[in-house]
Ligand binder design. Structure first.
Ligand code: 5GP
Length: 197
């Protein structure tokens, strides 16, 4: 059976992490692609688990050696998807989930057009700003940058993103039920339970 690639995209502050933490433990068969980034680790983030943390020079070498499926500069840092991980997991027959910015998704689609795109959006920009402030991971300057980027990303994603599913994360319970339904529809594990194998 062909394995499923899930691409998640969200504006920062859309509540993606909370939503995913609520729903995804129910799908333990899905592994997460670990991206490379030049962003500095946040408290609690582990190299090789949350990201492969790289210097600019190391990241640029990965680009030159064609080791990335796609990459993009987001909020002044490089982010990219290493080829080896996805190729290995698909070869092992595992469903894979990725977290890509909306521009990276377009490039990813060129290599894996079969990927299921799920876009998670805040109910509105005011709520997004409120959530980002509560998170307290940003300075005033990076917060403004993230909000401006979020507006651009949302416009771009809705007009050109080719997402099969858009979830507006206003009420967490409603959004979680919606995401669970989507995951059940495509996840290989669900299919194999249904077919009794
Ligand atoms: P954060 O720094 O909050 O972890 O992520 C910032 C942004 O980078 C998010 O929009 C996330 O979707 C995006 N991102 C994370 N990994 C990748 C990647 O491998 N490729 C691309 N294009 N974007 C990524």
């Amino acid at each position: 059976m062909p394995k499923t690639l899930f691409v998640f995209s969200a504006a920062s502050g859309a509540g993606k992490t909370t939503l995913m933490n609520k729903v995804m433990p129910g799908f333990p068969n899905i592994v997460y692609s670990v991206s490379a980034t030049t962003r500095k680790p946040r408290t609690g983030e582990i190299d090789g688990k949350h990201y492969f943390f790289k210097t600019e020079k190391e990241f640029e070498e990965m680009i030159e050696k064609n080791e990335l499926i796609e990459w993009n500069k987001v909020h002044n840092n490089y982010y990219g998807t290493p080829k080896f991980f996805i190729e290995q997991k698909l070869a092992e027959g595992t469903d894979v989930a990725l977290d890509l910015d909306v521009f990276g998704k377009i490039n990813f689609d060129k290599v894996y057009p079969q990927a299921i795109g799920i876009l998670i959006l805040p109910p509105n920009i005011e709520e997004l700003e409120k959530r980002l402030r509560l998170r307290k991971t940003e300075t005033e300057e990076t917060l403004k940058l993230r909000i401006e980027n979020a507006k651009k990303e949302i416009d771009f994603a809705l007009s050109k993103g080719k997402y099969q599913h858009v979830i507006y994360n206003g009420d967490l319970e409603v959004a979680a039920a919606e995401l669970k339904g989507i995951m059940e529809k495509y996840s290989s594990l669900k299919s194999s339970i249904q077919s009794g194998s």
